[in-house]
Design a protein around this ligand. Sequence first.
Ligand code: FAD
Length: 330
Amino acid sequence: DVGSPYDPDVVVIGGGQAGLATGYYLRRAGLSFVILDDQPAPGGAWQHTWPSLTLFSTAEFSNLPGIMMPGYDGFPPARHVIEYLAAYESRYDLPIERPVRVEQVTHSQGVFHVRTGRRTWRARAVVSATGTWSRPFVPWYPGHFRGGQWHSAHYPGTEPFAGSRVAVVGGANSGAQIAAELGAVADLTWYTTWPPRWMPDEVDGRVLFRRNRVRALALVRGEPDPGPADRLGDIVMVPPVREARDAGRLVATPMVTSLDRIEADHLIWCTGFRPALRHLRGLLAGRTPTVPGLFLVGYGDWTGPGSATLAGVAPGARAAAEQAGAFLGH
Ligand code: FAD
């Protein structure tokens, strides 16, 4: 008996940028919905980034659909994004419930049951937009490391590491950025599995955004795939990374085969994330929904080129909202 006034058409899980962009398009499609987010405040994962983190694009290339990110001189810090997302929610009066953690989603007789600590929501369509931040990934290595271990997801900035021996593991953006700032205050070894692939200095988020757009259009039109934007390299040369590299402070060491060989006081894993999809166990084959009415938004290139970025999330959010509308017969 889904269809009581208390049941929305769609439940969106996750209230970061992907959930908000989905809400924008659901509203436009005339669907009723609720967004459930387990954080106490707006901003999604941007609330948890390290203090010095800035966007790799300027504000005018970091827009969600609808209102634009307010201008900023240079690359905006996370605080600017959080303020933008908070303003976005209130501008579109998005119905967000916080803090509400979705424990599990089940599906029977065409109805999703979205179980939270407080109540179970019922809906005929669900959009999952839970991002990756809550699932930091650490690769397995033999041996033991005896010092303190961290992941970039919880890296607090340079202060606890000043004057100590620090191993940073990971050759992508977070590894390069964290190594760049620690190299100035600590005895740093930066471990990477292959030599760092720097992007050309002039490539920032704007270039990546354009390449992702070209790729998305090509895929929609059935044209040959021009390849992912990261073909240009792994590391965007934001100013602190460029300065550290040019000063010779950002020199990579080949990753060891055993943790026993890392001699340091701290080890910081900058080894990425996995999609936060545990609440959907039983409803996916790999990463593909096995039940109609379930949509995934914003997780990475596999949910659309550049979909895990501010500027790139819109096409996937719009497609999910439109497909949900079509599925529900709107
Ligand atoms: P999130 O922001 O993680 O939002 C998901 C929300 O869902 C969170 O609030 C989460 O707590 C919540 N949630 C998770 N599980 C549940 C559950 N079971 N129930 C309820 N709620 C749940 N992108 C750019 O465009 N430019 C950049 O410069 C940039 N820099 C980045 C730097 C770093 C270090 C990282 C890690 C990412 C960066 N990104 C950047 C990528 C991306 O824009 C961000 O990761 C962004 O936060 C992704 O948004 P999202 O909405 O998909 O996920």
